[in-house]
Ligand binder design. Structure first.
Ligand code: VGL
Ligand code: ZN
Length: 201
């Protein structure tokens, strides 16, 4: 094991983000073997799990007449309205069946408050409410994080940006991620991460 003081973050590798899922990311399932293979190289292994109540405010179905992938204004800023996905306890919220989860040290659930979405593994979309991950990593002596998972332009992107804000080094393994890419969101995310100092590998 190399990568001393480094955590592998595996973001939202769940059925609903894989082909056939409610918010399927193209080739989302193609990363699973690679991510499994990376686990042996890191001393700290963290999974995140998007975990919404059925009445979650990020679901288009909970806004009269709203189409999925349209935008609304929330008290904390702009919010995309998504198809209903990753409902707590549903099959879609389970990790991909081939993802190795037994080795994980920590599973961070996010997006469980009905009124606020949470893309990042560190803070909810108000950019203030912590998930507890930064404190966990600091207590374990982690200095750097390596990001993998779904989706590159949403949850992986915001997790990488917040990792930097929290004082960690961050690198993203591109081939271990896949994107939603709506309206240029992937290009915007790549620019934002490069500008923030995220290393793209
Ligand atoms: C995600 C949209 C809504 C993600 C989660 O994991 O990137 N995207 N919820
Ligand atoms: Zn979600």
């Amino acid at each position: 094991m190399n990568n001393k003081n480094t955590a592998l973050l595996m973001i939202d590798i769940q059925n609903d983000f894989c082909p056939g899922g409610a918010l399927a990311v193209n080739e989302g399932d193609k990363i699973v073997e690679l991510v499994n293979g990376m686990q042996k190289d890191y001393p700290v292994l963290v999974l995140t799990q998007d975990w919404h109540p059925a009445d979650h405010s990020s679901f288009a179905a909970n806004h009269d007449g709203a189409e999925p992938f349209s935008m609304v204004e929330m008290p904390y800023g702009d919010q995309v309205l998504w198809p209903t996905h990753c409902v707590q306890g549903s099959e879609g919220a389970q990790f991909h069946r081939d993802l190795q989860t037994n080795n994980a040290h920590m599973i961070i659930r996010k997006g469980f408050r009905p009124q606020i979405d949470s893309y990042s593994a560190f803070f909810e979309n108000d950019q203030q409410t912590p998930t507890g991950l930064a404190g966990y990593l600091r207590e374990r002596g982690v200095e750097s994080v390596v990001l993998t998972g779904l989706a590159t332009d949403f949850c992986v992107n915001y997790s990488a940006l917040d990792a930097i804000k929290c004082g960690f080094n961050a690198s993203l393994i591109l081939e271990a991620c896949r994107a939603i890419d709506m309206d240029g969101s992937l290009d915007a995310a790549m620019d934002a991460m490069k500008n923030a100092g995220v290393e793209i590998i």
